[in-house]
Write a protein that binds this ligand. Structure first.
Ligand SMILES: [Zn+2]
Length: 292
């Protein structure tokens, strides 16, 4: 659509065959391009099926998870691109070439070119959680769970990214025990930095998170921001599925190219979630306390 083309002027979907040829030309003879149902995976030659399987599995688990909770999901019209570089160094070079600000060392999702990128230079267990996080962003933007033409609050997008870090969430076992769905790093981060026994303190953080994305921009609060975003989305997903779906369906369909002001973000939150910040924070506090 026009809207897709005009945002940043960067992401221009093309046909699968065209895209595959472009990727071959772009990455050269040392790489292969493997097509799966939903992906074109660029990887160093001879790395087998491990990465293509992992990306496909992440995406399918994401779609199933969302559909079961009433989140509107549409089939992507274009293959998603995942790029596996041979090692961390090659990944940094590629990131620099594309002019992207990097926040995570094990992988990233570049919205403007709709690519997930990672590298194959270490133990997969070390980078898998990050890859699952970034793959969830890609799935969300390609399935219309997030819009490409309006601003979705970061607590919603990053909450989703964090939710899909645990292995069980991205391997089709999300229906298993709650303990396997919990992002344990986020729980630890919350307990280390916020006094979770003090509902007033929790409410102050939640209030700020709903009104603005600034907690994600400040190096002293960024880790807590991710953890809090996770807890807010995970709480809704686990305890108020209807509100979880409403938040995603609402933010995905807001009018395009409109600045999302802080006051409006708060009004929308209280209306869509159906509770005020204080009550929500109290419930969230109890929920986090109940987690392992
Ligand atoms: Zn993220």
């Amino acid at each position: 659509s026009q809207a897709m083309r005009s945002i940043g002027g960067q992401f221009q979907p093309t046909s699968s065959v065209e895209l595959r040829n472009q990727l071959r030309a772009e990455f050269g003879r040392e790489f292969e391009v493997i097509a799966t149902q939903n992906f074109l995976v660029v990887q160093p030659k001879g790395r087998g099926n491990r990465w293509p399987k992992m990306f496909e599995q992440c995406h399918r688990s994401f779609v199933t998870y969302m559909e079961r909770r009433g989140v509107k999901v549409r089939q992507g019209r274009f293959p998603m691109v995942a790029v596996v570089l041979p090692d961390a160094r090659a990944m940094y070079d590629e990131i620099a070439r594309l002019g992207i600000d990097v926040s995570r060392v094990a992988g990233l999702y570049a919205n403007k070119c709709n690519r997930v990128m990672t590298h194959d230079g270490g133990a997969i267990s070390m980078i898998a959680a990050t890859v699952r996080h970034e793959a969830a962003h890609q799935s969300a933007f390609n399935c219309g769970v997030h819009s490409r033409v309006n601003d979705t609050p970061s607590w919603v997008t990053e909450g989703i990214g964090q939710m899909f870090e645990p292995d069980a969430m991205s391997s089709g076992r999300s229906g298993t025990r709650l303990v396997e769905r919990v992002n344990t790093d986020s729980v630890r981060q919350l307990r280390d930095t916020i006094d979770m026994d003090d509902p007033n303190e929790v409410a102050r953080w939640v209030d700020r998170m709903i009104r603005s994305d600034d907690l994600f921009r400040n190096p002293t609060t960024i880790h807590t921001a991710y953890a809090l975003a996770w807890s807010m989305m995970f709480y809704l997903a686990e305890r108020d599925t209807e509100a979880f779906a409403d938040v995603l369906n609402f933010t995905a369909t807001r009018p395009p190219f409109e600045t999302y002001r802080s006051g409006q973000r708060m009004i929308d939150f209280e209306r869509v979630v159906g509770t005020d910040v204080r009550d929500f924070s109290n419930q969230l506090t109890r929920f986090v306390a109940s987690l392992p």
